[in-house]
Design a protein around this ligand. Structure first.
Ligand SMILES: Cc1cc2nc3c(=O)[nH]c(=O)nc-3n(C[C@H](O)[C@H](O)[C@H](O)COP(=O)(O)OP(=O)(O)OC[C@H]3O[C@@H](n4cnc5c(N)ncnc54)[C@H](O)[C@@H]3O)c2cc1C
Length: 426
């Protein structure tokens, strides 16, 4: 979906290489992309004809188990960070697919299984080391360049190349994982239960739901294979007996099948979805927030499920709240935390011949649901055709972000991102 051919790739081996690449490209006025894991749905990790600053050789991780802090380099994948921190029985809250780049994920915010218990990834950052647009190396923390520190927690790749993240860690080695599918007839009932239960749920519980097509194999009863269904995923981080009680209650709502419940290692949790997102597939997303999941929103989702155009295309739903929801709106640049229901329309297919069907399904469902949504969007779930929604992502934080951008990158050198243009323009 983002097939581009840069003129040159700088495979930086250290911070000085990054500084040289930035200075050279800025002096010559070369269009420059910064690439960590290359998972940007909009294709911002590459460009046509310009320079790619490839951070994939910068993957060092240093863990201090005593202070429960880690420093990891700007090119790390989530899996690199997880394997280093798990050697000490510690975790850094991040996303759910281990080959995602930590760089792009953390700078945009970072949601995952631990979001309700420990906050967004960006809420757990205590300092950044960053190469700015003039090639200088800066530190951003509560005490150094505090406005930049604020902007980097959610503002994406707009402000420079982060060469090191310093983060807080938390103890955790295993979790209770449960999953099931729910029959189409009970979709409405399960979604209603979910919306009523989640606002009072303990932070230790992460219960995600997707509106999907039931698997086309023996995981589903024959009569509903490939037909609309719900996929339920529950992760519990607390006392096992209490977790089992929650899971059993969830399993008892309506007709569910392929019910599974097991205690697994944190590394197994973090890699279990890896194979579902192989490189080379085609993806398109549109995302938004709901303050309430009304019956009419649920009905629209059920209706949309009847026309899902590809086996893996789906409506992903998550409930924010918890630790992430308690961080004040102005504490970080990350967008709205007050609307707790997050929806991501995710189209995922194989052949370019099916582009139009998948993309138009996402756009149509989005336009049906849009009037019921609260303005706002998570920048890391945006596709490349939604630049006009970037101010919507930040809302009352927008002007402050423009000010920080204007100060640190007045010529908009870092513009292959969900862009915040500087006031002076480029
Ligand atoms: C399969 C898959 C699973 C995902 N799962 C989750 C999830 O669980 N939770 C979630 O929150 N998001 C998730 N996302 C979205 C993800 O957060 C974004 O796509 C993110 O931008 C990926 O970062 P990256 O480093 O891999 O991407 P890249 O394409 O390398 O970069 C993305 C953007 O970040 C900038 N950037 C990257 N590293 C740096 C750096 N060190 N310094 C400065 N700028 C940098 C780039 O310039 C670019 O603008 C997922 C995406 C995919 C494709």
């Amino acid at each position: 979906m983002a097939s581009r051919r840069p003129g040159a790739i700088a495979r930086c081996a250290d911070v000085a290489d990054v500084q040289n690449a930035v200075r050279t490209a800025a002096d010559l006025g070369i269009l420059t992309a910064v690439r960590c894991g290359g998972h940007s749905l909009a294709g911002f990790g590459t460009c046509d004809g310009g320079l790619v600053i490839d951070l994939s050789r910068l993957r060092q991780v240093e863990v201090d188990a005593t202070t429960r802090r880690a420093k990891f380099a700007g090119g790390c994948l989530l899996g690199t960070v997880d394997s280093a921190t798990q050697r000490h029985g510690l975790v850094f809250p991040a996303g759910v697919v281990s080959h995602t780049g930590a760089g792009g994920l953390v700078l945009g915010g970072g949601t995952g299984w631990l979001t309700r218990l420990h906050g967004l990834s960006c809420d757990n950052v205590v300092g950044f080391t960053i190469v700015a647009a003039d090639g200088s190396l800066l530190r951003a923390s509560e005490s150094d360049n505090a406005e930049l520190f604020w902007a980097l927690r959610g503002g994406g790749g707009n402000f420079g190349v982060v060469t090191e993240f310093e983060v807080r860690l938390h103890p955790l080695t295993s979790v209770l994982l449960a999953s099931s599918y729910c029959h189409q007839d009970d979709t409405k009932r399960v979604l209603q239960d979910w919306r009523e239960f989640m606002p009072g749920a303990p932070d230790e519980l992460k219960w995600n739901i997707s509106v999907v097509l039931a698997p086309n194999d023996d995981r589903a009863p024959e009569e509903i294979r490939g037909k609309p269904a719900l996929s339920l995923s529950v992760v519990w981080f607390g006392d096992e007996a209490e977790g089992v009680r929650h899971v059993n209650r969830i399993f008892s709502i309506g007709k569910q099948f392929n019910r599974k419940k097991e205690s697994i290692s944190y590394l197994a949790l973090q890699t279990m979805a890896d194979a579902d997102f192989p490189r080379g597939r085609r993806y398109y997303t549109k995302s938004g927030y709901f303050q309430e999941l009304t019956d009419s929103v649920i009905e629209s989702m059920v209706e949309a499920s009847a026309s899902i155009p590809a086996q893996n295309t789906q409506i992903e739903l998550a409930y924010l709240g918890g630790a992430a929801g308690r961080v004040g709106a102005s504490e970080t640049a990350f967008g709205d935390r007050s609307a707790p229901f997050i929806m991501n329309l995710l189209a995922d297919w194989k052949d370019s011949a099916d582009d139009a069907a998948n993309i138009s399904w996402v756009r149509n469902v989005f336009s049906v649901l849009r009037p019921s949504m609260k303005p706002g969007v998570y920048v890391n779930f945006m596709s490349g055709d939604e630049q006009e929604r970037v101010p919507e992502a930040y809302q009352e934080r927008w002007e402050r972000l423009v000010k920080v951008k204007t100060h640190y990158d007045p010529k908009n050198f870092f513009r292959l991102n969900q862009n915040i243009p500087p006031r002076t323009g480029a």
